[in-house]
Design a protein around this ligand. Sequence first.
Ligand code: URA
Length: 432
Amino acid sequence: MDIIEIIEHKRDGLVLSDEEIHYFIKNYVSGEVKDYQASALLMAIYLKGMNDHETAVLTEEMRKSGDVFDLSDIPGLIVDKHSTGGVGDKVSLILGPMVASCGARLAKMSGRGLGHTGGTLDKLESIPGMRVILSEAEFKKQVTDIGMAIIGQNERLDPADKKLYALRDVTGTVGSIPLIASSIMSKKLASGADCILLDVKYGSGAFMKTLEDAEKLAFTMVNIGKRLGKNVKAEVTDMDQPLGMAIGNNLEIKEVIDVLNNRGSEDLKNLCLDSGAVMLVQAKLYDDIDLARKELEKNLLNGRAFKKFVEFVAAQGGDTSYILDPSKFEVAKNIIPLYSAKDGYVSRIDALKIGVSSMHLGGGREKLDDVIDMSAGIILNKKVSDAVKKGELIATLYTNKENTKEIEEVVVSAFEISDQKVTKNRENLLIQ
Ligand code: URA
């Protein structure tokens, strides 16, 4: 067997054998297969696709390429959650304490933001003192003791994905369902949780631009989970407008604090309640989804979920005085209000434009080594279906940069205002 033959097989639209996939991953990680050969195979997979069996085998080979976390000595079923990424997506930071306050144990490894999407680790690091690198022993102890930990990806986990993802990024092969599914699922399976809830986003701010593609990706990942004996469910949710009101690191942490105190935007709160209820059922803590949702709601109202968040921040070294008094967070020097040019109803807020603008204000990174301004970002003052008057505030920019005229224009253009009130997004789907 050699790599050229494997590339030719996929180029000609054939199904790769288990042995061929094993050969590729093993020899790519060792350096035997070169980047230019892997690029050719990735492009062939991008163009010709993979069936469910090939995708599951690819996932398993990638998972086996490095360490696999063993969480079996933590009592109970361990839950994990993963979003395919978006703008203003701070759900994990709300969901974690919510489900942990109801007795679940969340063990989560998160990533950093790149391009228009934010990263959970960066958001956490906007809390002074917060540590996102813990040893395996510290991680497991924290999950056991307080019910949740969120840390950075272990370097030794899934080296195949690390190499392949970097290569896909520069070869136009990111947007392929089998490649995205194997990339996400191999990492999730290596991190050791028993139950995984995926949030597959669609819309302008997401990888998947259409609902159809998002559903296909969700089914593919749930099927991989089934084949490999894991409890995996996937929600398919809207990312056509940003989630919640805040985009940018410490702005999002302040919104997390709001929602955990039962304030904040309804779309965000409802997604957290829906997702949390699914996770509590997956963890076998409840058998009824409505009952689980009620319990979560109760813990938002009685302050237990917020208390759990404070406990989590303290456990990872964060300064909890910021959580108890969010006015302590640094505020950007320039606060720029933006106004509507006409009367009507907000019919769309282009999440991609908002995400890119937040990055340009200093809130995100274009390249992995860019330094983030934790106080930069955007607050949305209106959401889809809200009525708006000419001259009324629609968004507020926070930045330490000067000369932001172009960014201001992009943010205003992200808001589409129509004469008719549009109904809110469709219900979220759950695929299981
Ligand atoms: N997130 C990942 O981890 N991998 C992808 O391929 C896309 C999103």
